[in-house]
Design a protein around this ligand. Structure first.
Ligand SMILES: NC(=O)c1ccc[n+]([C@@H]2O[C@H](COP(=O)([O-])OP(=O)(O)OC[C@H]3O[C@@H](n4cnc5c(N)ncnc54)[C@H](OP(=O)(O)O)[C@@H]3O)[C@@H](O)[C@H]2O)c1
Length: 237
């Protein structure tokens, strides 16, 4: 289905990004794996290669413009084009405003919102040149619903939803399709250090979100999916 397509996936080392990379590779895409931890990315790349797929590892801190430029340049040098960007990297921190650490708060905004801006900005020139491309931003129901002790995360995701809508309008006439995918709780390492999190057994699996992203990418030209919300069977946990 994605033969000859090149997909850059951020946060590809774990959780939703890892599942998405594996699903895209199984569908025939050449996948570019970006996150900060090279060893974890190599593990995912090896799984893809053992299965006959193609993967490029580019360790990247997606909050840093220079690193994102290198990610885009290395992808173009290796594969010559970028068909799909999945802006998936992100971190959470769950503290009240009064108890929050300004550095942690800022990092949550950067890893979720600034990263989405930077990666989108730097993949746009090659997409605009080809008048073709898809950008999928992995947001959260926290983009639409607020939770106590989640000010940075909710602000980052709501900001990223607004960003997604602005970008979609800016590039619509250039045949670049931009989609927000907003999941409810997903059973990933995201929750590992968070006290009192919902029951992991009740959450979506990362493969559910990966399949949703694949579904968006598989839609024929001639239509745009602006936004998809997916939740566990019990809804917001
Ligand atoms: N799990 C949930 O319940 C849930 C629900 C809705 C939405 N989401 C969203 O889904 C996305 C993926 O979450 P997940 O659950 O799969 O989390 P996860 O298992 O913790 O994975 C997060 C990924 O992001 C990468 N990452 C974090 N900061 C980065 C940075 N500055 N630069 C590059 N990569 C970075 C991590 O790799 P490194 O640490 O190696 O950099 C890792 O690959 C996030 O945007 C999250 O907000 C999650």
């Amino acid at each position: 289905m994605l033969k000859d397509k090149v997909a850059v996936i951020t946060g590809a080392s774990r959780g939703i990004g890892r599942a998405t990379a594996l699903a895209f590779a199984r569908a025939g895409a050449k996948v570019v794996l970006a996150s900060r931890t090279q060893s974890d990315l190599e593990t995912v790349a090896n799984l893809i290669r053992v299965d006959g797929g193609e993967a490029l590892v580019v360790p990247t801190d997606v909050t840093q413009a220079d690193a994102v430029k290198i990610l885009v340049d290395r992808t173009l040098e290796t594969y010559g084009q970028i068909d799909v960007l999945v802006n998936n990297a992100g971190t959470g921190a769950f503290e009240t405003v009064a108890d929050s650490d300004p550095e942690v708060w800022t990092q949550v905004i950067a890893s979720n919102l600034k990263s989405t801006y930077l990666c989108s900005k730097y993949v746009l020139p090659p997409m605009l040149a080809r008048q073709s491309g898809q950008i999928i931003n992995v947001l959260s129901i926290a983009a639409k619903v607020t939770f106590k002790a989640s000010s940075a995360y909710c602000a980052a995701k709501a900001g990223a939803l607004a960003f997604t809508k602005v970008l979609a309008e800016e590039v619509r006439s250039d045949n670049i399709r931009v989609t927000a995918v907003s999941p409810g709780s997903v059973d990933t390492p995201f929750w590992a250090n968070i006290e009192g999190h919902p029951d992991l057994n009740l959450m979506l699996k990362p493969e559910h979100v990966a399949d949703t992203i694949l579904f968006v990418v598989a839609q024929p030209t001639g239509m745009v999916t602006d936004e998809i919300v997916v939740t566990p069977p019990l809804g917001i946990l």
